[in-house]
Write a protein that binds this ligand. Structure first.
Ligand code: ZN
Length: 318
């Protein structure tokens, strides 16, 4: 039976989180400081559950294990992707993630290449993206001497911007920014600097200086993006990245647009607007904040209404 898998997922409290996951997207928050909604996830730290249809109540990791046909019988021990929405009421830690080889050896999971679509940003918002060290020795020296202003590259961001953040990239999402993050299914973060801030119990969060120096790309490399937009009447499809891990798209629906699948399965996040998806003659209404997977048995679909969507598919090596 062809039907989208609508998902309900897990919220994560964070020292830097806020209330916008409720005020903007309507999720019920468990506390004052919620930083992340793991919207499409089979990672053990927060697994999504199907809310509708034949697989209602099933968890995504279990579907991956026992119903691989939904994912086109693609290979792999773990569902490779993770979609999050982040609300940075304050700066996230300055951090770096390992690649697959390092993460598998030291952490027993995938590495983490990620990318960000900026859902919204308060005026003057910035991110940290890259660093100025020329050699690994210089990187270590600048970290141990806490020369953050010399070391870290800050850049301004606005709504609609997109950043590709390969493993090995120094980065931090800044205060006042909401992000849709598409990433490898991994929860390994090496913190370089956490602004010396303490949690409610007065504790500093752990830093991982040695691992950070090990895995950082030095000198920093800024990926060149080749963003392409194709228009279909008033609607459009924008391709942000096509990588070995994932391809990420923006679908702007203004009226109606038909799609044919270009991958075994597709992850879909409605970040703004209202409308519907029509699958196999059946219409499902859509509003912002919904997330679903189009499994392998859905060859085509139609979107109608006024919708801003971020979609992703697994990359060739995912
Ligand atoms: Zn990160």
């Amino acid at each position: 039976m062809q039907e989208p898998l609508f998902l309900k997922s897990v919220l994560q409290e964070k020292i830097w989180g806020g209330q916008k996951l409720h005020t903007v997207f309507g999720y019920d928050l468990p506390s004052d400081k919620v930083g992340e909604y793991w919207a499409i996830s089979a990672h053990p730290h927060g697994v999504s559950t199907v809310e509708n249809g034949e697989f209602s109540g099933h968890k995504l990791d279990e579907l991956w294990a026992n119903h691989r046909e939904l994912f086109g019988n693609t290979k792999g021990d773990v569902f490779p992707l993770l979609t999050k929405i982040l609300d940075a009421e304050d700066w996230l830690s300055v951090q770096v993630h390992p690649d697959d080889a390092y993460a598998l050896k030291h952490e027993g999971e995938l590495g983490k290449t990620e990318c960000w679509y900026i859902i919204d940003a308060e005026p003057g918002s910035e991110i940290i993206y890259g660093h100025n060290a020329k050699t690994r020795e210089e990187l270590a020296e600048m970290i141990y001497d806490e020369r953050w202003d010399d070391l870290l590259t800050k850049i301004p961001v606005k709504k609609g911007d997109f950043f590709y953040v390969p493993s090995g990239t120094m980065h931090a999402i800044g205060k006042g920014i909401m992000v849709l993050e598409t990433q490898q299914s991994s929860d390994t973060t090496y913190r370089v600097y956490d602004f010396d801030r303490k949690d409610d119990q007065g504790n500093l969060r752990e830093l991982h200086i040695k691992q950070s120096i090990d895995v950082m790309t030095v000198p920093a490399k800024t990926p060149e993006l080749d963003i392409e937009t194709v228009s279909y009447g008033d609607s459009s499809v924008k391709t942000f990245v096509e990588t070995e891990f994932f391809n990420v798209y923006e679908w702007k629906v203004r009226g109606s647009i038909k799609f044919e699948k270009n991958a075994p399965y597709t992850l879909v996040s409605v970040i703004d607007g209202k409308g519907a998806i029509i699958v196999d003659g059946k219409e499902y209404s859509l509003v912002k904040g919904q997330h679903f997977i189009l499994p392998a048995d859905i060859p085509s679909w139609e979107l109608t209404g006024n919708l801003d969507i971020i979609a992703s598919i697994p990359g060739v090596n995912a």
